[in-house]
Design a protein around this ligand. Sequence first.
Ligand code: SF4
Ligand code: SF4
Length: 140
Amino acid sequence: MLEFFLHPSNLSLWIIIGIIIASIFIKNFWCRVLCPYGALLGILGIFSPTAIKREESMCRGCKNCDYVCPAAIKVSKKKRINSAECIGCFECVSNCREKDVLKIEFLDFGPISGTFIGILAVLTLLSFWVWGRLSGHWFR
Ligand code: SF4
Ligand code: SF4
């Protein structure tokens, strides 16, 4: 990888220039269109048990949620966000000034907090680590 940046070929330079130019016109072009990790997150997002719901009747249409969304999703126009482009950052939720307009829902169990999801994510990762250690798949 270091070699790629130290001695870039003409083709690499043209690709980098193309990405920079595209990023001027399309917000977060690399992350949204080309990044393989973003694609993986998108697939996980589609099948995620959590989704963001917007209470239309209480929304005042300020568009703060649209402005802060790194994936340029028009949150203020959707009832439920389960787009492949959503990376689950919850910036829209924390930047909505209206109480309970944007809510994180877990399946049909109703609203849950971002803290709960954070704890769940850490516990899931820890359980993989413990499983790896106990089963001998994790060597260090
Ligand atoms: S930030 Fe909240 S109130 Fe404003 S448009 Fe988005 S959902 Fe509606
Ligand atoms: S969670 Fe993040 S990526 Fe998804 S809609 Fe909200 S701000 Fe956009």
